[in-house]
Design a protein around this ligand. Structure first.
Ligand SMILES: [Fe+2]
Length: 356
């Protein structure tokens, strides 16, 4: 059974199974009954006034996939279920500005990295993607982005065949890569517009700040991966303009996670994009200077995870992704009932459906 917040139930929902109070000891309503909030509130007062109930898995899934469930609520519950919301708070408190330097220690950050790698083991990647891909407000930007890059780095490390401690290093590197942004003035960091050239210059210093903050506290490979995550293989990146083999493996992986997360999340000056579109942009080489071999491994694994996944199409109805063409991920082959056809500009995926 699972905990479910009462506030997200609605009048008229017919229960497909019994529901209980938050401890599971008192049956509140029986299978087949219609939810009436006033009645439920009364019952809840008898059982300790808790605002949560216990539901069976089938009820939980039915509630989560119901059209009545607003997208934001579904997201919130998913994040609670994964423990993403709590992790985000922990990352947030680590990044809290005053005194950041004293909080940056292996003893404090490593358990967080361990928890992050644990999430990737415990949860299906799509559930994690749904936490990652949800558009977020600007002020949550840094902590959420760092957590997402840590999760994506963990997945990539596993897809590269790494295990155990080696994976944890990638998680740590993801978590800390943008820590230098805490040294950037907030009016630039959270500017709700494209930055001016001068502001961009200041922003481009953040990998150097990351390097300084991590120096002497974390291993050189983590420190350097933070410094190098905006470098490009052709030497056109920053802050040092290094190229090719000079750029370490962890920085190359972090660069992919960084761009993926930035593209699927909302920014104030552009709309968020559907994950499949972002995958196509990667394939198309829109982000230059990345390690193509790593990009292809990333794309192959992402395509695999999204295959057989439910989506809401542009006509508002659900369907299932059956095949994602490697060279055209934005137009997957879709099945609805007996019909199988490739999506296109007229009939396209509008939203990923998250079922836990
Ligand atoms: Fe960065």
């Amino acid at each position: 059974m699972r905990i479910f917040p009462v506030e997200y139930l609605w009048d008229g929902y017919v229960l497909n199974n019994d529901i209980y109070n938050h401890t599971g000891s008192v049956k509140l309503l029986a299978k087949g009954e219609k939810i009436i909030r006033t009645k439920l509130d009364k019952l809840l007062r008898f059982s300790g006034n808790d605002r949560h109930i216990m539901v069976y898995n089938d009820t939980y899934l039915d509630l989560m996939s119901n059209e009545h469930m607003p997208l934001e609520v579904r997201q919130k519950i998913t994040e609670q279920y994964v423990g993403y919301d709590r992790l985000q708070q922990d990352v947030g408190s680590l990044f809290n500005k005053p005194d950041i330097s004293s909080r940056l220690s292996c003893e404090l950050v490593e358990p967080l990295a361990e928890e992050i790698t644990g999430k990737v083991v415990d949860f299906d990647p799509l559930t994690i993607f749904s936490c990652i891909s949800f558009p977020r407000p600007m002020d949550e930007g840094l902590q959420r982005h760092s957590l997402n890059v840590a999760l994506l780095n963990t997945m990539q490390a596993e897809w590269l065949g790494l295990r155990g401690e080696a994976v944890k290093i990638y998680a740590l590197a993801g978590l800390l890569h943008d820590i230098g942004k805490t040294m950037i003035p907030e009016e630039i960091l959270f500017a709700p517009r494209k930055l001016t050239p001068d502001e961009q210059m200041i922003m481009r210093e953040h990998p150097v700040y990351s390097d300084c903050l991590l120096k002497g506290k974390f291993s050189d490979e983590i420190r350097l991966s933070a410094r190098q995550h905006h470098e490009k293989l052709d030497g056109s990146g920053y802050p040092d303009g290094i190229q090719g083999k000079e750029i370490g493996m962890i920085a190359r992986v972090t660069a992919i996670s960084d761009i993926y997360d930035a593209m699927v999340s909302a920014r104030s000056y552009k709309d968020s994009r559907l994950p499949l579109h972002v995958l196509h942009m990667f394939y198309d080489g829109e982000f230059d200077g990345l390690d193509r071999r790593l990009v292809m491994i990333f794309l192959k694994n992402m395509r695999l995870r999204y295959t057989d996944h439910e989506v809401v199409m542009s006509d508002g109805k659900k369907a299932t992704i059956r095949y994602i063409p490697p060279n055209d991920a934005a137009h997957p082959v879709i099945q609805r009932g007996g019909m199988v056809r490739q999506s296109d500009g007229e009939w396209y995926c509008k939203e990923m459906v998250t079922l836990l």
